[in-house]
Design a protein around this ligand. Sequence first.
Ligand code: ZN
Length: 632
Amino acid sequence: MRASRPDPSARRPEPCLPRKRPDPTAAFFAGVLLLGAAACGEGTSTGAVSPDRILHNGQVVTVDDDFSIAQAIAWRQGPNGSEIMRVGDEEEVLALAGPDTRVTDLEGRVVLPGLIDSHLHFSQLGIEAEFENDLRYAMSTGEIVQLVADLMERLDPEPGEWVTSRGWDEHKYERPFTRWQIDEHTPDNPVRLGRVYRGVAVNTAAFRLMGIDDSDSSTWPDWWLQDLDWFNYEDKVFREMRTLTVDGQTREVEVPTGMFLGNAVRLVTVNPSQRDYEARIRAIDYGSREMTRLGVTAIVDPGGGGQVMRAYQEARDRGMLHFRILQVYEGMFNTQSPEEIDAHFASLPFNNLGDRFLRWRGTKWQIDGGAGTRSSWVSQPFVNWETIEGEPNYGYHWVEDDLREAQLRPTVDRGWEPHIHSTGDLGMKQTVDVFAKLMDSIRAEDPDADLRWSVIHAYLPMEAETNMLDKMAEYGIIAAVNPSFIYHQGRSFSANLSPGRMARLKPLRSYLDAGVRIAVGSDYGTSPYSPWIGLFAMLTRTDLWGGEHGAEQTITLEEALRGMTIDNAYLTYSDDWTGSLEPGKVADLVVLDLGDVWELEREPDGILGMADRVLLTLVDGNPAFRRAGFEF
Ligand SMILES: [Zn+2]
């Protein structure tokens, strides 16, 4: 079998049913569904029937090939869901209206294609909202402690119940927070606070669960007072000198503060159990409402296996999934042998299983770590290694080139496209080189093979020793980037990279100039999920503290919007039916409280406020979000 083999799902006839459950709050929509079902079997000709809906007197940004701007758009529900009938000027679109067409005057407002996020660890989003406080915006130790205190008040947990949150980054505070500060508010509850990436902080109650007692040195593990032999680069246990009563005597002793980085996280052997199934379903309901509130109509969830998909399917069956999800399949492949991987994929169904609302497609892999934790695989060491590691730190990588090629072979031979987390330049180079080899062999048999493989994160493609911009362009390898890191982690990245490398980090201008397609995602989980932060970062290269990182790598509004819509549709093999507002495509769109889209480019500071100026988000022609007061 070869990657170019047609997808079985593409050959299956589309079932003659509406694809989305009616939203019980939209009485109007039930009528549309009936209409859609009644029309089933009558073909999809758009000429003979009137549209169900028209939006007019707006600035409709189509994101078609010419980036044309129209005034009006019309669609109807067809046998396969919504179908745009016409996008054009007032007269030509309004002329299509029939007696049952509902017409909405946009009063000059902007319409965009529904935004697509190419990288969002979605299943966590609603869990965080219900059970946690977001630590990503905390800029001081005091704020972190206050957020935990507020959470305790909100949840009022039973003694012994776990309390969790995530998103801290020690680079943002003058001093890292400690478990003793957290303990004041959580004396009887174990606490686990996740770092933005590869780190965790726990409190004293969590240590007690591990059997560790500050006052009894016989309970202290090997690593309590000093680092272990296997510690590497980023691995770290934060310690602080304390006056403690130990074994009945008062002592000055340097003990763990509860903060762990890198592989040292493994030393924390107690963890909260996963939230129960119902909580996870509720989280999907909340999370997909929240994303549509921001204008997002589809996401790629880069990772997870069958358990996550099962919850998505259940939520969908109950009408609690409000946008489109494509889940990229991920087992823990990074260290598995090619034989194990082959056996695993032999047991999986085909690539592209599912439909336009919920699909399984592609595989996710990882080669290295990240820049904020000094673990990207790089050809030039991270700065300040003299004082931090004591020897040049080139990050790490999971596997060598030959093994990676052998690991990918059984999956690409079954038609599953790979996407590989690669941040450092050597990590990217391995990924690009291995991709090129595999692509060559596939295209030797099938020159037209449609291979849309991506480098995820793709920080440093233009280092002197490893420049791979041209090779990525030649092979059509996509850079799946997360520009919001520049905004949100600018400070922790620049603590580890020289200003020169920082200015070349995620170099979108250079990618586009070289002919490399960019697919934009938030990487929520690590970064905040608002797509507007990514747009702001692409246009300004500015961080949360006002620092600027490589102004020459900014791109235009048009380029950025393509990266957030049609190019993400391309990445997911969906560009023939979504990603732009063109006849025949689905009516996934966003109406903004904005009179001129170019204002976002003229005054980019306003972009961050757009999260509160989404008026309407349609998924498949139906309102997934409508701001109170906006008539539709
Ligand atoms: Zn990620």
